[in-house]
Every structure is written in structure tokens, then in C-alpha cells.
Design a protein around this ligand. Structure first.
Ligand code: MN
Length: 334
């Protein structure tokens, strides 16, 4: 059964949303928990963006033993130099470098054209290779790019020898069926030569559905954030993908190496650090995810929880109820 790997970007994409700033020591606490739970790659920050981010990545690099530390950079030589400096102490490291490929971004953001963009991408990868053995190339706004141009850029990335290609649904634009078709085409094109990763945003509430659709279409890795924190309406929530792959293994048929009983403490830690609590209805970790009030529901739950709960948090998610008790001091009704 194919394994799905996780690239967690809580400390980069999650942190860059308003109100989510984290101190280096807090980032380290989260990074250690992410490593412990089984996340493969930890995107630890954007070191060229601030001194604090640089310090955080340096700190995380010196502490992690198993997980790969990934440093974020634009296609700018100075960014790549700083990413190299920040991760020098890491046991396992890689570079995440990105460029937008939709015409909207090429014109509005870079004031460039498709041909010059390809040149920039090529030169940046070649420059990065003096430092990094492993490179993940993020195609920003890939889902709004011309599919023919996406095809060309992917061929360039294959020729330049990157390790992973991330398809960015940067604006939360795509739908699950479109995701499936797009990923299928890309997986066919790369033919196993590189890993394919999907990076979704939740502007239309479809990040989880799109990510799961991409998994069904054959991606190797998914970008997620704990509790779905991230720009605007957020990123794909880590816990939703993990639990979906477990509960509906019959459909997704994928293996994951994630410790389920560590999900709630991780969720709780991230909320604590950014000083927030989940919405009551938040899947998996919301206070109402396993609470019931209606008499009909409570009657069903008492007879057999599976009447209204599709998985049992007591079995694998032991911490779920403890978390709710601790936070809200309310007795569970089941
Ligand atoms: Mn993003």
C-alpha cells in the first residue's frame, strides 16, 4: 500500500497569517512534536523574511534528529544563501524554493513573461544546488496556470533534477474533480521520476477535499498545517487528512506513519501558542466534534457510539476528550 508523506508548513504558511506569529522557542516546541508524531518534512520558516525566522530555523535544525528541516526561499540568490546558512546544523535538510506560474501572477507580481520565468526558475535551481542536495520546487498558483505552460515548466523541473514538485492551489481556487484530473496528468507526465506534492488553501472550504482528491490521483506528499492555520481561510488541516485516511482507508487505500494518540496534544499546543481555540464545529478537534445534546442522538450514542460517531476518539484519540474536559470543564454527554 502506497505511503503518504506529510510536509507540515504550520511554521511557515501557518505562521505567516495575521495573528499567528510565533517565537523561535515556541516554534521549536511545535517542531519537536511534529517530528515525534511522524511528520516527514517540517517547513520551518522563511529565513530571509526576518531575523526571528532565521533564528527559529537554526534552532530547529540543531534539535531535530529524524525529520527533514525545510527552509523556504524565493528565486532570489540572497534568499537561497540565507536558507543555506539557517539549515547548516540540520541532520537532514532540504530547500523549498518557489515561483508563481499563472499569467495573473507573472504579470501582476513579477512583471515578467513565461519565457523569462522559466529562465529564472532554471537559474535558481542551479544556484541552489551548490548548497542543497534535495530541492522541492513549489509552483505557486499552479491551479490557475495554463495547463500547457504547467506541462512545460514541469519538463524543465524534470531536466534540472529537483526531488519534489509541489502543485500550489495558492488561492483556494480548484475543485476536487479538477484536482483529480490535474494531478493524474502530472503524475503521468513525471512517471515516478520525482515526488509530487499538493498544497491547498481553504478559501472555498475545499482544501481537505482537494487534498484527498490529489491523494486518490497519486500524489506522494501532502502539505498541511496543524488545525489548518494559514493565509486567509487557512491551509489543509493535518488532523483532517490523517483521520480521513484512517477512517476511510477502505476508499483511500493509503498508509501513513502518524501516531494518532499524539494528534490532540499537537493541536492543543498550536492553539495555545497562537492564543486561540478551535471553532466548536471544527472537525476532529472542535469542542462539539464528540458532544451531543439531542435526546434522539444521546439515546443512540448510549446504545452504541457508532450510531452517530464514525470513529471512536477513546480508542485512538484518547486525548480528544481529555482536551475538551480540560479546556471547557464540561461533562461529555455520552
Ligand atoms: Mn500557501
Amino acid at each position: 500500500m502506497k505511503i503518504i508523506e506529510f510536509c507540515d508548513t504550520t511554521l511557515r504558511d501557518g505562521e505567516q497569517a495575521p495573528g499567528n506569529t510565533m517565537k523561535p522557542k515556541d516554534k521549536l516546541l511545535i517542531a519537536k512534536k511534529l517530528e515525534n508524531i511522524g511528520v516527514n518534512v517540517i517547513e520551518a520558516g522563511f529565513p530571509a523574511s526576518s531575523k526571528e525566522d532565521f533564528e527559529a530555523i537554526k534552532l530547529i535544525s540543531s534539535h531535530l534528529k529524524k525529520a527533514t528541516v525545510c527552509s523556504f526561499a524565493r528565486c532570489v540568490e540572497k534568499d537561497i544563501d540565507i536558507a543555506n546558512e539557517s539549515t547548516k546544523g540540520a541532520k537532514n535538510r532540504m530547500l523549498m524554493i518557489f515561483y508563481a506560474i499563472s499569467d495573473i501572477h507573472l504579470k501582476n507580481k513579477y512583471n515578467t513573461n513565461r519565457k523569462d520565468a522559466m529562465e529564472k526558475i532554471k537559474n535558481s535551481i542551479r544556484y541552489s544546488k551548490q548548497y542543497f542536495k534535495r530541492i522541492k520546487f513549489g509552483l505557486e498558483d499552479a491551479t490557475r496556470a495554463d495547463p500547457k505552460y504547467l506541462h512545460q515548466v514541469i519538463n524543465l523541473l524534470l531536466n534540472e533534477g529537483v526531488d519534489t514538485i509541489a502543485l500550489g492551489d495558492t488561492t483556494g481556487w480548484i475543485t476536487p474533480l479538477e484536482t483529480f484530473k490535474l494531478v493524474k496528468n502530472v503524475v503521468y507526465q513525471v512517471n515516478g521520476k520525482v515526488k509530487i506534492s499538493i498544497h491547498c488553501h481553504n478559501d472555498l472550504g475545499m482544501a481537505t477535499a482537494n487534498t484527498l482528491s490529489a491523494i486518490m490521483a497519486g500524489v506522494d506528499e501532502v502539505d498541511t498545517t496543524v488545525n489548518g492555520i494559514g493565509e486567509r481561510a487557512g491551509n489543509t488541516p493535518f488532523e483532517e487528512i490523517v483521520v480521513s485516511l484512517v477512517v476511510r482507508k477502505d476508499i483511500f487505500k493509503r498508509k501513513i506513519n502518524i501516531k494518532l494518540n499524539a494528534l490532540m496534544p499537537l493541536s492543543e499546543l498550536v492553539y495555545k501558542i497562537i492564543n486561540r481555540t478551535p471553532s466548536h464545529e471544527k472537525p476532529i478537534v472542535g469542542v462539539n466534534a464528540f458532544r451531543h445534546e439531542s435526546g434522539v442522538h444521546i439515546d443512540g450514542i448510549k446504545k452504541d457510539p457508532s450510531t452517530y460517531e464514525i470513529f471512536n476518539p477513546k480508542k485512538n484519540w484518547t486525548q480528544a476528550r481529555i482536551f475538551i474536559w480540560k479546556t471547557f470543564k464540561q461533562e461529555m454527554t455520552c
